[in-house]
Design a protein around this ligand. Structure first.
Ligand code: PXP
Length: 242
């Protein structure tokens, strides 16, 4: 039996549906409260530079109304740094938004962006915000995270989710190795992107992983099961794999 695995529910796509109509519903904050009541350990929201889903007001309301931790996903920009420092969420996960900020596979190029990220990481840590970097399961990125002094990385599971058969098995081994390397170096490991009820088990079974952040599949399942049902089912699948 491994340590408890935390579930962070990403509510971005509730805001995507709301914004498609330009009305006030469905409300992502209401979704966050339902998720919290049905098994989420934290809420994740990505305030994108173009505000295509979550808005500044959503972040303010999440900070005011949530009783579980908020993980703010943010681009490495001065604007987002200012917003994070103003709200002081429990955690901030730095993610790539522009092509040139990504590694070939899609995580943040923490190695290539060291000089840009270092002062930002320092300021977030100084404000007691738990900083994480969303990176590929690549030893170079983990070494870069170590040099930057971040307490947490989130491993990008997007490639794992898209691949099949042998290629997926190989990607799973990369994730397992990356998780072990990070924890050996004192970095906490989270994982996410593209995880579903069907593919979550092998990732949830990686003993070093402490948290999964899941959005799209939960909001998709919510159409058929209700959001509470979708969160409960994901929680059960994660616990069973543990
Ligand atoms: N983790 C991070 C850093 C993300 O940016 C996202 C959203 O793209 C997720 C997890 C959740 O991914 P998904 O919506 O595919 O579950």
């Amino acid at each position: 039996m491994h340590e408890y695995l935390r579930l962070g529910v990403n509510i971005d796509h509730v805001a995507t549906v709301r914004n498609a109509r330009g009305v006030g519903y469905p409300d992502p904050v209401r979704a966050a409260l339902v998720a919290a009541a049905t098994g989420a350990d934290g809420i994740t929201a990505h305030l994108r530079e173009d505000r295509r889903h979550i808005t500044d007001d959503d972040i303010a309301r999440l900070m005011a109304e949530l009783t579980i931790p908020l993980n703010l996903e943010m681009a490495a920009t001065d604007e987002m740094l200012g917003i994070a420092l103003a709200h002081r969420p429990h955690a901030a996960c730095i993610v790539p938004e522009k092509r040139e900020e990504r590694t070939t596979e899609g995580g943040l190029d923490a190695a290539g962006m060291h000089n840009h990220l270092a002062p930002m990481v320092r300021e977030l840590k100084g404000a007691n915000i738990r900083v994480s970097l969303f990176v590929e399961p690549d030893p170079r990125q983990i070494e870069a995270a170590l040099r930057l002094g971040v307490p947490v990385i989130e491993l990008h599971t997007g490639a794992y989710a898209e691949l099949t058969d042998e290629a997926r098995a190989a990607e799973l081994r990369r994730l397992q190795d990356a998780a072990a390397l990070a924890v050996k170096n004192g970095i906490e490991v989270h994982a996410g992107h593209g995880l579903t009820l069907d593919n979550v088990a092998p990732i949830a079974a990686i003993p070093q992983v402490k948290e999964l952040n899941i959005g799209h599949a939960l909001i998709a399942d919510a159409i058929f099961m209700g959001l509470g049902g979708a969160v409960t089912a994901m929680r059960a699948a994660m616990d069973a794999a543990r």
